[in-house]
Design a protein around this ligand. Structure first.
Ligand SMILES: Cc1cc2nc3c(=O)[nH]c(=O)nc-3n(C[C@H](O)[C@H](O)[C@H](O)COP(=O)(O)OP(=O)(O)OC[C@H]3O[C@@H](n4cnc5c(N)ncnc54)[C@H](O)[C@@H]3O)c2cc1C
Length: 311
C-alpha cells in the first residue's frame, strides 16, 4: 500500500493560510453554509505584532497573538476545519470537473474553489536579537501601523539609501528627530533630498545596529552612536507565490498576486487576499478582501436549497 494519502472528498473552499485574511474568509464561508478547510503553515505576520492600535474594534489595542486567537475561535464557531501543512502545488480550476487539487508533498486535497491568503515575510536585519527588539517596539516594521505610537520620539529608518528617504519623510510628520541610516553608500535620490529638506538627518552609511534589551543604537564610523527609541528597517519582503504562478495566477513585478475586483486571479475559482495581494499591508484591508473573495466564491458554487430540519 502506498504511504501517500489520497485526496480528500471535494471541499467547497480550501483557504491556504490562517492569518487575519484566511481566518476571516473561513468565518464568512461557514456562515454561507459552505464547507471550508484552512490549510496553514502557522507563521502569520500578525504573530509579530506586540500591540495593534489601529485594528477596528480594539480601542485599547490588541496583540497579534490575541487577535489570531479570536479570529480562529470565530472561524471554528462557524464550522471551519484546519490542517497544519504547507501547500506546495495547486492545479486545476473551478471550470474543470475535478475542481482544484492541492498538495503538500505527502497529502492532497480537492476543492471547488481556493482562496490564497499566504501573506508575506519581512526581510529583517541579520542580527540574533531581532525578535526581542520587535517584541518591545525597539524595532518596528510598519510605519502605517504604529508611527502614531512613535511620535515625538527618536526614530531611525534603516535600509538601502534609495528606499529609506520616502519613509523618513512620512515619519517626519510624527517627530522632529528622524534619522536615515543607509546600509549602503549609493545616492538616495530625490526622496532622500526631500526628506533632508524637511529636516530629516542622515548618518554615515554602513554603521552597526546594536540592542541593549530595550533600545537600539546605530554606531557609525564618523561619530558617537545614536540611541533610538525605534528603528524602522525597510529591507523589503518575500512572498511565497511561486506555486500560485505555477497554478496560472499572474504576479506583479514585486511578486504580489494580481486579482480582479472580486479578488479572483485569472484562474476561475482561484482567489487571493491579504498581504499576498495588497499594496497596503494592513489587517483591515486583509479582512475586507476576505469578505469580498468569500462572497464571490459562495456565488460561484452550486446553489443548495435548504431541506427540512437543516438537511
Ligand atoms: C511587527 C508588525 C506589526 C504590525 N502591526 C500592524 C497593525 O498594527 N495594524 C495592521 O493593520 N497591520 C499590522 N501589521 C501587518 C499585519 O500583520 C498583516 O497585514 C496581516 O498579518 C496580513 O494578514 P494575512 O492573512 O494576509 O497574512 P499573514 O498574517 O502573514 O498570514 C499568512 C499565513 O499563511 C501561511 N502560509 C504561507 N504560505 C503557506 C502555504 N504554502 N501553505 C499553507 N500556509 C501558508 C503562513 O504561515 C501564515 O500563517 C503588522 C505587521 C508586523 C510584522
Amino acid at each position: 500500500m502506498s504511504a501517500r494519502a489520497e485526496a480528500t472528498a471535494s471541499i467547497d473552499v480550501v483557504v491556504v493560510g490562517g492569518g487575519p485574511a484566511g481566518l476571516t474568509a473561513a468565518t464568512y464561508l461557514g456562515r454561507f453554509l459552505r464547507s471550508c478547510l484552512v490549510i496553514d503553515a502557522g507563521d502569520s505576520r500578525a504573530r509579530w505584532i506586540p500591540e495593534s492600535n489601529n485594528c477596528p474594534g480594539f480601542p485599547s489595542g490588541v496583540s497579534g497573538v490575541e487577535l489570531l486567537r479570536r479570529l480562529h475561535a470565530q472561524a471554528v464557531e462557524f464550522g471551519a476545519r484546519f490542517d497544519a501543512a504547507e501547500v506546495r502545488t495547486i492545479s486545476g480550476s473551478a471550470d474543470q470537473a475535478g475542481g482544484f487539487l492541492l498538495d503538500d508533498g505527502t497529502r492532497s486535497w480537492r476543492a471547488r474553489c481556493v482562496i490564497l491568503a499566504t501573506g508575506l515575510a519581512d526581510k529583517l536585519p541579520d542580527v540574533p536579537w531581532v525578535a526581542d527588539a520587535v517584541a518591545c517596539g525597539a524595532i518596528r516594521l510598519c510605519s502605517v501601523c504604529d508611527a502614531y505610537e512613535a511620535r515625538d520620539s527618536c526614530i531611525g529608518v534603516y535600509g538601502p539609501a534609495r528606499d529609506i528617504g520616502a519613509h523618513g519623510l512620512f515619519l517626519r510628520a510624527y517627530s522632529q528627530r528622524v534619522y536615515l541610516l543607509p546600509d549602503d553608500d549609493t545616492d538616495g535620490g530625490e526622496d532622500m533630498r526631500a526628506a533632508i529638506d524637511a529636516g530629516v538627518r542622515v548618518l554615515a552609511p554602513g554603521g552597526r545596529l546594536e540592542f541593549d534589551g530595550e533600545r537600539c543604537r546605530y554606531a557609525s564610523s564618523d561619530g558617537s552612536p545614536v540611541v533610538f527609541d525605534s528603528i524602522y528597517p525597510f529591507l523589503g519582503s518575500l512572498t511565497g507565490t511561486r506555486f500560485a504562478a505555477a497554478a496560472g495566477a499572474k504576479l506583479s513585478d514585486t511578486g504580489e498576486i494580481i486579482v480582479d475586483r472580486h479578488q479572483m486571479t485569472g484562474v476561475p475559482g482561484l482567489f487571493a487576499i491579504g498581504d499576498v495581494v495588497s499594496g497596503l499591508n494592513q489587517i483591515s484591508v486583509a479582512v475586507g478582501q476576505a469578505a469580498i473573495a468569500a462572497t464571490r466564491a459562495h456565488a460561484m458554487l452550486p446553489f443548495v436549497p435548504r431541506g427540512a430540519n437543516g438537511a
